[in-house]
Design a protein around this ligand. Structure first.
Ligand code: FUC
Length: 835
């Protein structure tokens, strides 16, 4: 029949063709959309031999740096428990006998003599901490790929996948790499746009001296080794890596210690790594069985299966928070070019990318059951990395975890909290043997073996606040969730940290105070003390003891137990020295007014009280606000990476968004361009320099603090918004007391809409820059009196002692509203502007 409506065979072909075209377009669109995802770091050139140009992937246990080199791809490998040495302690028992004399010398103003004696008697004579070490490298050599075009290298932090693509002789080659959370392997996928085009030789290398590279009967490349001895501690970590090459099409030949693939259609390479490490005291695991089991399990799955599952696992964390600070044309440029022009340009999206990169790095370097992120996260290629890539706990390791609770990654706090628990076990002996004290303590460093003795020069190592500060993280973890069972479980650790000071504090001979002696203010030393760092009653020590005691006092109240111990702490807390404001208007770092206003030292430890603690605030302690401002200005902005990261948080707590933003500009400057200070490498790793990951995490925390703070007994929205972020939104931020800021939108610097979920109920006290009302048009109740919410009780800071020469800068607060909203568990509150 002519003109029939029935489709003809050719029509079927037409439909099929159309469908394929639609699918193809949709697919290419998706690929394009992925390539242009705003949350991508990307570059037009390979990393060549520059490690800080390579891109990091990790699953908290296995880390890799992908160089993206075309002819000779290099993938540098880490496993979280590959450390030098083995279980060991490093206390110096001579301390106890020398303690009275050291204290007397400090009180007599003979700090230098005290330091010399302490160097002999307190400083560890054993290990000064072991080293986090690499496993080795995977090299993949491609013949004939010396000339290429259309090169692109990227790290998509929305999907946790690194990708390299380029064209040789009309064939497009693609490499993707992930570190699989669920399947315990690093997986690399090699593809080409034409079949049979993939040929390469894969081999392994390792800088570990006690390791052998081999090939097993499964035609897998292996590295088997034992880590090195260091400072008298025998290397006892046994490690194994297994690399499997799975080709589709073509041939695979294994010769010597390399694998040659010829003419394959596509290839997957999986790398499993494991050690004998069970915990800080036990190395009885079987690294061979572990690595083999990981590989056997992963090998049954295709790369696409691993990838699909990995994206879901990763996004379970990553997608909880979104941030929009605006976008400009600059975001279309490669990341290294954006970094170069950030300070002078207009690229707010780079801040969003950097913020989310901080979250990406925490997800990738800190997973439950693994080791905490160390000074380099989980990425290190050196056998002797800077500061051994361990845990400096006078600031750096804590900074790594500042974003964990508020940026909605609380589960990833676990490795650090576990480390604190283990230090509390190890540090009991240190407290007893070295200082004759009950409870537990730690000095300024620890490592995978949880050493708690004093390391490095005595000047740094004698600091005794490691227990007080790190245990605050347990308290914080509780305060965010409100989980009373958790509080019960950690109470003994908080109590132990406080108990140490019950025994360690001594009466000052001339002043009416109880002080830490010997104490220090980390790594700084006043000229007035002949350059010695030792002192009694330094401001940071006082603030730390205040927090250690306050946490126990509040915890015991909430648990309704141990009241008499809490009461005894109240009495002691009242005898701590108050903060003092010196003749330069500064917050005094030392007990005497000896600060140098031209000192630009990177540590400003006495501002611990401003952040992360909450003993100083423009809203509650105006004189101390003034002193902190003077101190921040005198110390200056530019410094090492982590110091600048801390300053973002400080200026946010000072409610000065423009100054905080200035620090972000410094942080997002290429390393070497910042008047001798830190900055960022091309892969956006923080530069101390050298690379230290703390600055990444510190800045991520600081950006959150600029937008939402839970401090001062309230949730403060837009507390420190810089002029350049007048419009934007953030979603998914957590606040103490189980609140979640599900959505916060602002326009012209004012809150337009905020949605807050209360997970455990209680009063929501909200400070905002403009009038808000309920969606139904009803107004809100203005806050009155003390906040009834138990998670928003702030211990009162003692009135400072102010030098008669000090000038006090008045606090200039913009208009704000303060509301109280009663919430029940599970309730979602929506508030809008102007009602
Ligand atoms: C502290 C800092 C240094 C460095 C080191 C890892 O000692 O003072 O700047 O960050 O830790």
């Amino acid at each position: 029949m002519k003109n029939s409506n029935k489709p003809k065979m050719s029509d079927y072909h037409y439909y099929l063709k159309s469908l394929l075209v639609v699918l193809f377009v949709a697919f290419s669109f998706q690929v394009n959309a992925q390539e242009n995802s705003p949350l991508t770091l990307w570059y037009k050139q390979p990393a060549a031999d520059v490690w800080t140009d390579a891109l990091p992937i990790g699953n908290g246990k296995l880390g890799a740096m992908i160089y993206g080199n075309v002819e000779n791809e290099l993938i540098q490998l880490n496993e979280h428990t590959v450390w030098s040495g083995g279980p060991n302690r490093n206390d110096n028992p001579d301390a106890l006998a020398a303690l009275p004399e050291i204290r007397r010398l400090v009180f007599d103003g003979k700090q230098k003599e005290a330091e010399e004696l302490a160097a002999k008697t307190i400083q560890s004579k054993k290990s000064h901490g072991q080293k986090f070490q690499p496993v080795g490298d995977l090299n993949i050599a491609f013949d004939g790929h010396d000339e290429f075009s259309d090169y692109r290298r990227e790290l998509d932090i929305e999907r946790a996948i690194s990708k390299v693509s380029y064209t040789v002789d009309g064939v497009t080659y693609t490499r993707e790499a992930i570190s699989s959370f669920a399947d315990n392997v690093i997986a690399i996928h090699l593809r080409a746009s034409k079949p049979g085009m993939i040929s390469f030789t894969a081999s392994m290398a390792t800088p570990q001296p006690n390791a052998t590279i081999g090939l097993n009967s499964e035609k897998e490349l292996t590295i088997s080794g034992t880590t090195t001895d260091h400072e008298g501690v025998r290397g006892q970590v046994e490690f194994k890596s297994i690399t499997k090459v799975k080709n589709q099409g073509g041939t695979l030949t294994a010769t010597g210690t390399s694998i040659k693939v010829e003419d394959a259609d596509e290839v997957a390479v999986y790398i499993a790594m494991a050690t004998n490490f069970n915990n800080y005291l036990d190395l009885s695991g079987d690294e061979n069985a572990r690595a083999a089991a990981f590989m056997a399990e992963a090998a049954t799955k295709s790369f696409d299966e691993l990838l699909k599952r990995n994206v879901l696992d990763y996004q379970n964390y990553f997608n909880r928070v979104s941030l929009d600070l605006g976008d400009t044309e600059s975001s279309k440029l490669p990341t290294d070019e954006r970094l170069k022009s950030f300070r002078t340009g207009d690229d707010p999206q780079l801040v969003t990318l950097y913020y989310q990169y901080g979250r990406y790095l925490l997800i990738s370097s800190s997973q439950p059951g693994g080791q905490p992120a160390n000074l380099q996260g989980i990425w290190n290629k050196e056998m002797s990395p800077p500061w051994d890539s361990k845990y400096t706990i006078n600031i750096n390791a804590q900074m790594n975890y500042w974003p964990a609770e508020k940026a909605n990654l609380a589960e990833l706090h676990e490795p650090f909290l576990k480390m604190v628990t283990e230090m509390s076990e190890a540090g009991e002996e240190t407290a007893r043997v070295m200082y004759g004290a009950r409870g537990w303590m730690a000095h300024h460093n620890t490592d995978i073996w949880r050493i708690t003795g004093p390391v490095d020069a005595i000047f740094w190592g004698i600091w005794s606040g490691g227990g007080a500060w790190t245990s605050q993280h347990l308290w914080d973890h509780f305060q965010y969730s409100g989980d009373m069972e958790y509080l019960k479980s950690i109470y003994p650790i908080l109590k132990g940290a406080a108990m140490f000071y019950v025994d360690f504090l001594v009466e000052h001979p001339d002043k009416p105070w109880l002080v830490v002696n010997p104490g220090t203010s980390p790594e700084n030393a006043p000229a007035a003390h002949d350059g010695s760092s030792l002192d009694a009653g330094t401001t940071m020590d006082n603030q730390l003891v205040f927090d250690a005691f306050s946490a126990v006092i509040q915890a015991s109240e909430m648990l309704g137990n141990d009241q008499s111990f809490a009461d005894s702490l109240r009495v002691l807390r009242d005898q701590l020295p108050p903060m003092q404001i010196g003749k330069h208007g500064q917050l005094q770092e030392w007990l005497d007014d000896i600060d140098d206003p031209n000192d630009h030292h990177r540590h400003i430890s006495h501002l611990y009280g401003l952040f992360p603690s909450n003993q100083i605030s423009p809203l509650r302690t105006p004189e101390l606000y003034s002193a902190s401002k003077n101190t921040l200005i005198q110390r200056g902005d530019v410094s090492t990476g982590w110091s600048m990261g801390w300053k973002v948080n400080w200026w946010a707590r000072m409610l000065d968004g423009n100054h905080a933003y200035k620090l972000i500009q410094n942080q997002l400057s290429p390393v070497g361009t910042n008047q001798g200070g830190g900055g960022s490498y091309n892969n956006l790793f923080d530069a101390h320099p050298p690379f230290q990951i703390d600055g990444n995490f510190g800045c991520t925390s600081g950006i959150t603090e600029m937008l939402v703070q839970s401090a001062n007994g309230e949730i403060h929205l837009l507390p420190a918004l810089p002029d350049v972020w007048q419009h934007g939104s953030i979603a998914g931020i957590r606040a103490k007391g189980g609140f979640e800021v599900v959505e916060l939108k602002w326009k012209d610097g004012k809150v337009e809409k905020v949605v807050i979920k209360s997970t455990i109920g209680g009063n929501l006290r909200l400070r905002v820059p403009n009038t808000l009302g309920l969606e139904n048009g009803n107004g809100l109740k203005n806050a009155n009196g003390a906040n009834s919410n138990p998670f928003y009780q702030v211990p009162v800071t003692a009135a400072p002692i102010v030098s008669s020469a000090a000038e006090i800068i008045p606090v200039d607060l913009s208009d704000m509203e303060l509301y109280d909203v009663q919430t029940t568990a599970g309730e979602v509150i929506t508030l809008v502007a102007g009602k």
